[in-house]
Design a protein around this ligand. Structure first.
Ligand code: NZQ
Ligand code: ZN
Length: 387
């Protein structure tokens, strides 16, 4: 049975090859002092930076920049951005990049008018914003996280080391996001595939929880099937617009808060992957890929029926088998697809070593929405399997 919920998503999307044409109209709605946030330089190489700065100047904006936002943005970099945003009396933050730039911009947005340390307040103490929030808009260049249409913000504290996500409310979600699939075509294949698996796993995290017959699961199965299909085309032909646009749109739906409504969710693959990321600084989607199969194989007996349904509905396995046989066959089909598209299948390849396992286990938050609530020794076991 679907639980009770309210649903509202305030982010306005502009999708497609002409979507940047809407940026000026959106920017005109906000104040003059804009903080332009971007990553390590891909936007300069592919020309997007020049297009955006031309639009900002046409709008008469007074622009300050924060560049060099790294994948897995750090608490230290966040403090630097907050300082820059305060100094600029920022009215609006324009994030141009992937999930890291979007997440980072949201974290800055809730910290500009706040005296607390942003890591302590939002990522260590999980407090909600108590100050004015600076509005954020995104121009997305990488499909994966769903950050363009959600309140999520994931920050890494390299000293601790911890990588923690805070899901903020409607006020922090981007006011608008511009999604042009063409921008994603300059992504290295490794990043494209990591993004594809991030999308897939967001759906899994919401699917592998609960036994009810609900609309969310049917939506999730459709999203997964479409993504698997598009991923095969994109891996073979990265310039295929149809596949890249379907991947980008699926990424948004996978984590724009819709499919989780009214049902429980798991998110343990993300907790494990984030802990691996805290220790290795590896690419987010690859950390998920590397821990997924050991985790799913471990919890499968506790959610056998759902894993059997996954085999039938997502992978089209229709043989006359018991639920447990089907469940195993479904995970085998998933493993073949993961290898086919070139995902990293173990954490050693991402830089994790045996002597890190205890620390990674300590950095793994334990959630209770999945088919089995893990204890620490089970986490260690899964991490060892993932090596
Ligand atoms: O920094 P630049 O030079 O721009 O290069 C980036 C970066 O090296 C590059 N890139 C992005 N767009 C490109 C491009 N290169 C060429 N052409 C383009 N068009 O790709 C690299 C990765 O970018 P990043 O933004 O880090 O990737 P992603 O979008 O996967 O974001 C990852 C971050 O998002 C968090 C992750 O934990 C990680 O910190 N997540 C956020 C979520 C949310 N807000 O809900 C949920 C996710 O589960 C995830 O945890
Ligand atoms: Zn993710």
């Amino acid at each position: 049975m679907l639980g009770n919920f309210s649903y509202h998503n305030p982010t306005k999307l502009y999708f497609g090859e002409d979507s940047l044409g809407y940026l000026k109209g959106e920017l005109d709605r906000y104040g003059r002092n804009v903080l332009l946030v971007y990553g390590g330089g891909s936007v300069k190489k592919n020309g997007l930076y020049d297009e955006i700065t031309a639009i900002l100047s046409e709008c008469g904006k007074n622009v300050a920049e924060v560049s060099g936002v790294m994948p897995n943005p750090t608490a230290e970099k966040l403090r630097e951005g907050v300082k820059a945003a305060k100094a600029h009396n920022t009215d609006f933050i324009l994030a141009v990049g992937g999930g890291s730039v979007c997440d980072y911009s949201k974290a800055v947005s809730v910290s500009v008018h706040c005296d607390d340390d942003p890591w302590d307040k939002y990522f260590a103490r999980f407090e909600e914003p108590t100050c004015d929030i600076v509005p954020v808009g995104c121009v997305l260049t990488m499909a994966g996280t769903g950050s363009e249409m959600n309140g999520g913000s994931v920050i890494t504290n390299r000293e601790q080391p911890l990588k923690i996500g805070h899901v903020f409310g409607d006020d922090v979600m981007p006011r608008f996001s511009i999604l042009n699939p063409r921008y994603t075509m300059t992504l290295p294949k490794y990043q494209m595939c990591a993004g594809i698996y991030d999308i897939f796993n967001h759906i899994c995290e919401q699917y592998f929880s609960g036994e009810d017959d609900n609309t969310s699961d049917y939506i999730s199965e459709g999203l997964m099937k479409g993504l698997i299909h598009a991923s095969r085309i994109a891996v073979d032909d990265p310039q295929n617009y149809e596949a890249r646009s379907n991947i980008m749109w699926t990424a948004t739906w996978a984590l724009n808060t819709l499919v989780a409504k009214g049902k429980s969710t798991d998110w343990m693959v993300h907790m494990l992957g984030q802990a691996v990321g805290a220790y290795t600084d590896a690419t987010h989607g690859m950390t998920l890929a590397a821990v997924s199969l050991p985790y799913y194989r471990y919890i499968m007996p506790y959610g056998e029926k759902k894993f059997a349904r996954f085999a039938r509905e997502v992978w089209g396995i229709s043989a006359d088998m018991t639920d447990i046989q089907l469940a195993k066959a479904g995970l085998e089909a998933m493993e073949s697809w993961m290898k086919e598209i070139g995902l990293v299948m173990n954490i050693s390849e991402l830089g994790a070593t045996e002597d890190m396992i205890e620390g990674i286990a300590d950095a793994t938050l334990i959630l209770d929405g999945g088919y089995k609530v893990l204890d620490r020794s089970e986490i260690v076991k899964i991490l060892k399997e993932s090596l």
